[in-house]
Design a protein around this ligand. Structure first.
Ligand SMILES: CC(C)(COP(=O)(O)OP(=O)(O)OC[C@H]1O[C@@H](n2cnc3c(N)ncnc32)[C@H](O)[C@@H]1OP(=O)(O)O)[C@@H](O)C(=O)NCCC(=O)NCCS
Length: 141
């Protein structure tokens, strides 16, 4: 059986490679089945170290507030993680995500995010490229 969303996120959190690779799994949270990726990812050209990416989600019984409770649980329990919801296909869910406080991605029109509540590490991709180039030059010289 798939792990609970909480157990999976905690396991990813404790990994030594947490800042380098993202891991994915089917998880469950009550009646929700959530396919999630946990780890670093770019959001609109900015790298974030800690992102809970909901790649797919399904409620057993829809419209009972379960997903909203799940978002509240994630914000309360993992405030240092940004949330990202991928590939939302219906206008209904898109509108609901905006009402919940998510922002529509500028890069991927059907993806939504919410930045971390605290301590989010962000690095613009231009800054990152400059940092990598400086390091490569130092190592070469
Ligand atoms: C989308 C889904 C995961 C939301 O979970 P939920 O527990 O039903 O959601 P909640 O009751 O907490 O409501 C949150 C939002 O979900 C959306 N929603 C609720 N019922 C929905 C339904 N039957 N179909 C699509 N979206 C729905 C609404 O936008 C709602 O916001 P609102 O109350 O401001 O209108 C769930 O409805 C579902 O499994 N739908 C079918 C599959 C699907 O569309 N998955 C999303 C793939 S990205």
């Amino acid at each position: 059986m798939e792990p609970s969303s909480e157990d999976f996120i905690r396991e990813c959190q404790s990994s030594k490679l947490a800042k380098v690779i993202s891991r994915n799994s089917y998880t469950h949270w009550g009646e929700l089945t959530v396919y999630m990726r946990v780890g670093p990812r770019y959001i609109d050209g900015v790298k974030h170290d800690r992102v809970i990416d909901i790649a797919n989600v399904q409620a057993k019984h829809t419209g009972r507030g379960t997903f909203k409770k799940f978002v509240k649980f994630l914000r309360d329990t993992f405030p240092e993680y940004a949330l990202y919801v991928e590939s939302v296909l219906t206008d209904r869910f898109s509108d609901g995500l905006l009402r919940m406080g998510f922002t529509l991605s500028k890069v991927y029109s059907n993806c939504f995010y919410m930045l971390a509540v605290i301590g989010d590490f962000q690095e613009d991709h231009h800054e990152r490229r400059a940092r990598i180039q400086t390091r490569a030059t130092k190592n070469r010289d």
